[in-house]
Design a protein around this ligand. Structure first.
Ligand code: NDP
Ligand code: 2IT
Length: 445
């Protein structure tokens, strides 16, 4: 590791010892930057790395709300405004019981580089709460969202910080959050993305992360003389990203044989029936175990991580961080794995990434592979700013173009650093280069 990067990492470990996810993400990035730092000694004099790993602002707040039984509940809310070097803060909101400041900071740091890779002018941020929407009534979710926004609204705006969805935050939650922002400020403006199409959302935003993931996979396989057509794929999760990754994978001629939720996974050798899955997940908010009761020939198994034992050539982890570890990776390599593209943020442990890369498996890191969601968020901001709405095909074409450009950028950066095919390194270097250049131009801020 480069001396300067090592010094900054040591300092971070001393100061953030309890922030495991954040340190994991920061260490992975800092490990990659050696060649770029060697070429730019002025970065150390300007304290670029020390500033790059420290969020510009961390907002933490109380979110009180009243449940259906009349009991007062209190959750913790966050917004980490990590970097505005290349544009207004941009990134999702996550509502999940395992949300901590460490999780928020890792997601926001990844977002800084991801947003840079899109080629659009967006800084990086992330927010959320330890609120669990599972099992809550619509009324409870609405009251929670209104209370969350009662604090958040003063920190966001179309030119300062534009949140969107992530785990546990979909169209329903964005609607409630937008309604409350509008009521508090009196302004109807593009302050959130992922909005309903009838009130300023963009076509393709719902599909964007999953479709974009497959577009990047396609580009990566083509560049390596392979094609996804005819391959067996496993997609973990069954939320927004997973459903539309599976849909595009099937359109590209892959057979998606397994999907999961946090409790277990289903196997359907005929290929997952997405009409049934969408009905269960998007309409009924049911568990994935229900799929096996409705689709003859399919089976449900308890335990989410068992999904990695289902033989496949393409793996698309689309659930959550650290969901695939070294033991899973060993099994998958033995079962003939060809490519992994990350729909989730940091779904592989560092040990799993190393194994995959060292065994000739193509690997596309999340900050490149799942950038389609925030890319179409950026396109939603453009449409809002110009009061226009583009057609489905127009947005989809732009998305495909962005994902192919991201692949070319990370491919080139990896080759320039003397490590062709190391797309994890390429993504870190290509994303960081633009942010560092902007920081140099703007002085010590
Ligand atoms: P959703 O809430 O729509 O779906 C999440 C899925 O992952 C569900 O199937 C959920 O199962 C499963 N899951 C969540 N937490 C865990 C856990 N701790 N263990 C096992 N499974 C879990 O979220 P998204 O699809 O939006 O997000 C999925 C991933 O993609 C996240 O890593 C997110 O950061 C990333 N991402 C999302 C983008 C977006 O635009 N939405 C853009 C880029 C990345 P269950 O229902 O049982 O909880
Ligand atoms: O992780 C991500 O990139 C997202 N959750 C989407 C962020 C966005 O602003 O659309």
């Amino acid at each position: 590791m480069n001396d300067y990067a090592q010094k900054v990492l040591d300092g971070l470990k001393a100061r953030c010892a309890h922030e495991g996810e954040f340190l994991q993400a920061a260490e992975e990035i800092l490990h990659s930057l050696g060649p770029l730092l060697d070429a730019h000694p002025e970065y150390e004099r300007a304290g670029i790395l020390e500033r790059f790993v420290e969020p510009e602002r961390v907002i933490a707040f109380r979110v009180p709300w009243v449940d259906d039984a009349g009991q007062v509940q209190v959750n913790r809310g966050y917004r980490v405004q990590f970097s505005s070097a290349i544009g207004p803060y941009k990134g999702g909101l996550r509502f999940h019981p395992n949300v901590t400041l460490s999780v928020m900071k890792f997601l926001a740091l990844e977002q800084v580089l991801k947003n840079s890779l899109t080629g659009l002018h967006m800084g990086g941020g992330k927010g959320g709460s330890d609120f669990d929407p599972k099992g809550k009534s619509d009324g409870e979710v609405m009251r929670f969202c209104q209370s969350f926004m009662a604090e958040l609204y003063r920190h966001i705006g179309p030119d300062t910080d534009v949140p969107a969805g992530d785990i546990g935050v979909g169209a329903r939650e964005i609607g409630y959050l937008f309604g409350q922002y509008k009521r508090l400020t009196g302004r109807f403006e593009g302050v959130l993305t992922g909005k309903g199409v009838c009130y300023g959302g963009s076509l393709v935003r719902k599909q964007a992360t999953g479709y974009g993931l497959c577009y990047l996979l396609e580009a990566m396989m083509q560049a390596n003389g392979k094609s996804p057509e005819g391959m067996r794929a496993v997609v973990s999760g069954s939320g927004n990203v997973a459903i539309y990754a599976a849909e595009k994978a099937q359109q590209m001629g892959m057979t998606v044989v397994a999907m999961s939720d946090s409790r277990g996974y289903i196997v359907d050798e005929a290929g997952v029936n997405l009409d049934v899955l969408r009905q269960l997940k998007e309409v009924e908010r049911a568990r994935i175990s229900e799929y096996a009761r409705r689709v003859p020939g399919s089976a449900y198994h308890e335990g989410a991580s068992g999904i990695w034992g289902v033989p496949c050539q393409v793996a698309l982890p689309c659930a959550t961080q650290n969901e695939l570890d070294a033991a899973d990776a060993h099994l998958m390599i033995d079962n003939g794995l060809v490519a992994v593209a990350e729909g989730a943020n940091m779904p592989l442990t560092q040990e799993a990434v190393a194994l995959i890369q060292n065994n000739g498996v193509l690997y596309a890191p999340g900050k490149a592979a799942n950038a389609g969601g925030v890319s179409v968020s950026g396109l939603e901001m453009s449409q809002n700013a110009t009061h226009l709405s583009w057609s489905f095909d127009e947005v989809d074409e732009r998305l495909r173009g962005i994902m192919h450009r991201i692949f070319r950028a990370i491919d080139q950066a990896a080759a320039d650093c003397g490590q062709p095919g190391n797309y994890a390194l390429g993504a870190n270097v290509a994303g960081f280069a633009k942010v560092a250049e902007a920081m140099m131009a703007q002085g010590i801020v």
